[in-house]
Design a protein. Sequence first.
Length: 182
Amino acid sequence: MNFTSIDFETAHANYPCEIGLTKIENGQITNSKSWLIKPACFPYMNPWCQKVHGISAANVANSLTFEEHWSELKMWFEDTTLVAHNAAFDMRVLRAALEYYDLAIPTADYFCSINVSRKTWKHLTSHSLESVCDFHNIRFNHHRAGDDAKACAIIALKAFETIQAQSLEDGLNKLGIVLKKL
């Protein structure tokens, strides 16, 4: 069971101000990290976004841009399948950041942990990250990218354990989830 979970917080639209990544190898969390990012729209921070995640322009003023982080980040995307809770959002932000800085988009497949949750725990009335974490007693600092990425990884692992998946491919097949291309 190998994959990498990803989460972004944004300053405005598709401009990331934080990224979180959690690496799963052989069904275990082996690394989890987050980086503040000076967004391309700096110093502007959408007030609504800032209210959600609490990251201000002052917090990212001395941070590296996504482009400057990319040499360290890109290794997280090699030889892995990505997962995100609401993957459409996170993959859109990733593609937009890569395109903005004219960086090559990695060859990567991904799936969404909301879909995994919906198919595994059908009785839940909500499959938001917060709701699924509450159901599993997963404590985390919601709307901070590192914690959200780690929570997403734990949810995926719990789902695959629940359905007794022997591998990532087996779990996705049992749930009828098809990988998408980045």
